[in-house]
Design a protein. Structure first.
Lengths: 153, 207
């Protein structure tokens, strides 16, 4: 999802609005997304007891999310809060990775003279200083997590 | 707690984590995993998931015994980039324990790294020798599929890029200690091209 100011968020559906407000209450909107490893281990830590109690034997995947939804009212406040943050971060990272080519196409064309997908796109964005990217492109690129993943290689 | 063993040989990174259900102490480095899996030879692999599953069953039929008298080998896979991860499951079950959620997330982080974009990945499940060989093939297939399923949802990995194969106990990593936890593992193999898998496990060039 593209980075947006709160003014834009309010215009969207109430569901998205609520998700963003919950997220904004905990982390600044401009914070980077978590890695999937960090996100899901936060969920495992915050919801370990609730999973054992309400979702024992439920596989990690869509059925676990359904189990959380079904038992939401009975789960600990810590688990409820964390899972909202975690699933929001995961969706936001996925959307950033999906949309980065479109959102940054003008930046890539300006900086690298190409809009080809894949590694070329990554190389171009990695080589650019954050200040050289448009704010929207820079935020989306941060949300992909590819800077931090590259630093781990 | 078993000693941890890490080796970086022939682009294989082996992680032996605790065999108990305790939270994994060792964290997989998704960046290193991506680098390991990306070191790829572009040979066209003709072996399909269905052929591998058949070879596993043939190995049990042709070489009966409580333990596999000889390990099943796939020469086509030996030089491909791979990564081995230990994942904790509930006993006799394909349900991944929360202690291993992080490992699945780290695999997803690696597979989303642009350096692995478009590659087909085999997800191969292995068991130790506890339980019958035939049963273990089914269990490891379900476990490999559970990992595949979790990588797809919630972690958004392209379903067409993943093929799950259960190897049972036909490729013990430590044949001298067939019940050892090091045998229970998940092997990820980059099949070496920009290939996807169809529903029958046959490969085709990704769109």
């Amino acid at each position: 999802m593209a980075p947006r100011g709160k003014g834009h968020v309010i215009k969207e559906t109430s569901l998205v609005c609520t998700l963003w407000l919950v997220l904004a209450a905990i982390v600044p909107v401009n914070a980077q997304t978590m890695s999937y490893a960090d996100a899901i281990s936060q969920l495992a830590a915050a919801c370990r007891n609730d999973i054992a109690k309400f979702c024992k034997g439920v596989p990690l995947g869509p059925r676990l999310k359904t189990c959380f939804d079904t038992n939401d009212a009975r789960m600990s406040a810590q688990c409820q809060q964390t899972r909202g943050v975690v699933y929001t971060s995961i969706s936001r990272r996925a959307a950033a990775q999906r949309n980065i080519g479109d959102i940054c196409s003008a930046d890539i064309a300006r900086l690298c003279g190409t809009t080809r997908a894949g590694e070329n796109l990554l190389a171009c964005l990695l080589a650019a200083s954050p200040a050289a990217l448009s704010p929207q492109c820079n935020q989306t690129f941060a949300d992909t997590g590819w800077r931090t993943e590259r630093a781990r290689q | 707690m078993k000693p941890h063993h890490i080796s970086l040989v022939a682009a294989v990174l082996v992680i032996a984590a605790a065999v108990t259900g305790a939270p994994a102490q060792q964290q997989i480095n998704s960046g290193q995993m991506a680098t390991s899996l990306a070191g790829v030879s572009n040979t066209r692999l003709s072996l399909t998931g269905a052929q591998m599953r058949q070879a596993v069953l043939d190995n049990i039929r042709n070489y009966p015994g409580t333990l596999p008298p000889r390990p099943l080998t796939f020469p086509e896979l030996e030089n491909l980039a791979q990564f081995i991860v230990e994942v904790d499951f509930d006993f006799n079950s394909a349900v991944i324990r929360p202690s291993s959620y992080r490992s699945i997330g780290a695999i997803a982080d690696a597979l989303h790294n642009p350096i692995l974009l478009g590659y087909g990945i085999l997800v191969i499940g292995h068991t130790d020798s506890v339980g019958g060989r035939q049963y273990n093939v089914g269990l490891s297939q379900r476990r490999a599929e559970a990992i595949r399923d979790a990588l797809i949802d919630p972690f958004n990995v392209n379903p067409a890029a993943l093929e799950a194969v259960g190897m049972g106990e036909e490729q013990l990593r430590d044949p001298a200690h067939p019940t050892s936890g090091v045998n229970r593992r998940v092997q990820l193999i980059n099949v070496g091209g920009k290939f996807c898998f169809n529903a029958s496990g046959e490969r085709y060039v990704c769109p």
